[in-house]
Ligand binder design. Structure first.
Ligand code: ZN
Length: 247
């Protein structure tokens, strides 16, 4: 199937779907300019011990140093600059049109929320908040950025980010499997499907005969054969086209 035909058929599938589950990966964020941590220029290659610097163990042992590294690695002071792109806004608009849209994301940048989507399962947590492990009070990113090492106003305890750290548990997994298994349309966007457990989701979606499945990712993935539609294109270009076809 050529790409043009695939996009037209995908547009028709989107128009007729009443419930849509989306799995979004780093590609939807890089399209907004956010560096991909796993790319050749990303932090995984610049810092050889990132898995340690972003681990539960490091936070527990050296929370002050942890925060310095955490802010540096995620470039938190830059985060407010990034805006959602055509793909994020398209998904938010589908929800405004009355469709049930569940977004399972590996991204921690909060751009789906910023675009206006409301049902988002952030499997790896979010940089938008931190909390006090002692009293559980939640603090916004703006508070976290006020001082190098953020502490709870009530008990002076050092805060913990709401990003899932290495050694921590991936979140909302049962809900994500459920949403993948029960939808009219399952869309994978900008994910190379290499990271467990999200790479299991297409299998859940493919098991249902009623579910149409599509993947839009610039690079081929090992799971492409499980999808009805496969597009190796830039997300923003595809969603700009989809927007035109559906308006
Ligand atoms: Zn506290």
């Amino acid at each position: 199937m050529n790409d043009r035909l695939a996009i037209e058929q995908l547009a028709a599938a989107i128009a007729s779907a009443s419930s849509i589950t989306v799995l979004s990966g780093a590609g939807i964020s890089t399209a907004s300019g956010i560096p991909d941590f796993r790319s050749d220029n990303g932090i995984y290659t610049k810092h050889d011990n990132v898995e340690y610097l972003l681990s539960e163990g490091y936070y527990n042992r050296e929370p002050k140093q942890f925060w310095i590294s955490f802010k540096h690695i995620f470039q938190l002071q830059e985060m407010h600059k990034y805006e959602p792109n055509a793909a994020h806004y398209f998904l938010a608009k589908l929800e405004q049109q009355g469709k049930k849209v569940t977004i399972v994301t590996q991204n921690v940048d909060g751009l789906h929320r910023k675009a206006g989507s409301s049902h988002i399962l952030e499997a790896h947590g979010s940089i938008d908040h931190a909390h006090c492990p002692k009293c559980k009070r939640v603090y916004p990113l703006s508070y976290v950025m006020e001082k190098p090492v953020p502490r709870c106003e009530d008990d002076d305890f050092i805060l913990k980010p709401d990003v899932v750290l290495f050694g921590g548990r991936v979140r909302h997994l049962d809900e994500a499997y459920e949403a993948a298994a029960h939808c009219d349309l399952f869309l994978t966007l900008g994910s190379s499907l290499e990271v467990y457990p999200v790479k299991e989701l297409p299998h859940y979606a493919a098991q249902s005969k009623q579910t149409t499945t599509a993947i839009i990712n610039f690079q081929p993935t090992a799971l492409d054969r499980h999808f009805d539609f496969v597009l190796h294109q830039e997300l923003v270009a595809v969603f700009t086209e989809l927007e035109k076809l559906l308006s």
